[in-house]
Design a binder for this molecule. Structure first.
Ligand SMILES: NC(=O)c1ccc[n+]([C@@H]2O[C@H](COP(=O)([O-])OP(=O)(O)OC[C@H]3O[C@@H](n4cnc5c(N)ncnc54)[C@H](OP(=O)(O)O)[C@@H]3O)[C@@H](O)[C@H]2O)c1
Length: 257
């Protein structure tokens, strides 16, 4: 049976462009997001344009049981997931003392806990079959502490660390795990996070398609860490070379209008 690509946050931005990459290669899709209408619209569009099978699940992955319900529904349908893209995520802008606690908790539930559970549930069968690809969407934020987006940066550091460790654990079992670490990308992300438009973000904003295309290629190549963009590639190097005190100050300055 042909394996499916399971993509969370597949209805807009980077997730949608990643879904397009799989569909163009004739890989059937399992798409997950909260918005049911958009999911249905994408199902009919992808099935018509690319002749792939598309299953959609409207799930809020911040909910405790969502990943478990999703796993059970997919198993009940008898679908085999060979490609897992954990892309759903959001940010929250503001000093941690000022932001809304329930939003910050939801951020951890989505960016960290649901990503952990999706990996736990769907990667084991891949390892048992000896075949699979995982693309966990982290961020350049993963490489540094992020004043005024503290919880978001910390959540992405978790995603990067988890993915790199999984990459080492699974590379001899036929499962390739990659972390995609983009800088600023033109999507609905900034508006949802209530971010201000900074000169740094405007200067280095990439298109979602370019980021997804690079991420998709990096996934197939089995790269542990994929950083799209030329300038962006310098950042992980600088954060290793510079004193941490300077890195966090620079990260703070980059968020100023
Ligand atoms: N844009 C950037 O600058 C940037 C930079 C680095 C990393 N990233 C990362 O890239 C990933 C994708 O973000 P994006 O920029 O493409 O943002 P986006 O355009 O806002 O897309 C987010 C996707 O996630 C879904 N989603 C949001 N909350 C969800 C929930 N609780 N449960 C299930 N699905 C949910 C959204 O659909 P619904 O609203 O219908 O649920 C949508 O499909 C995120 O992990 C983000 O942290 C973004």
């Amino acid at each position: 049976m042909e394996g499916y690509a399971l993509i969370t946050g597949a209805t807009s931005g980077i997730g949608l462009e990643l879904a397009l990459n799989f569909a163009k290669d004739g890989i059937s899709l399992i798409l997950v997001a909260r918005g049911e209408e958009k999911l249905k619209e994408l199902k009919s569009r992808f099935e018509t344009d690319y002749a792939v099978d598309v299953r959609v699940y409207a799930k809020d992955l911040t909910k405790d049981k969502a990943a478990e319900e999703l796993y059970e529904a997919i198993m009940e349908e008898g679908l085999q997931v060979d490609y897992l893209v954990n892309n759903a995520g959001f940010g929250s802008f503001g000093r941690l003392v000022d932001t809304d606690l329930s939003v910050e908790k939801d951020l951890v539930k989505l960016n960290v806990l649901s990503l952990l559970e999706m990996n736990k549930r769907f990667v084991k069968p891949m390892a048992e079959r000896g075949y699979g690809y995982v693309l966990n969407v982290a961020s350049l934020a993963a490489f540094m502490p992020g004043p005024v987006m503290a919880n978001y940066y910390a959540s992405k550091a978790y995603v990067l660390s988890l993915s790199e460790a999984m990459h080492e654990e699974l590379k001899h079992q036929g499962v390739k795990v990659s972390a995609l670490c983009p800088g600023p990308v033109k999507t609905g992300f900034q508006e949802r996070a209530k971010m201000q438009k900074t000169p740094a973000s405007k200067a280095f904003m990439m298109e979602a398609k370019a980021v997804a295309d690079i991420g998709y290629l990096g996934m197939w190549r089995g790269k542990a860490v994929v950083v799209p963009g030329t300038f962006e590639k310098v950042i992980p190097v600088l954060t290793r070379l510079l004193p941490r005190s300077l890195v966090r100050k620079a990260a703070f300055l980059s968020q100023q209008e």
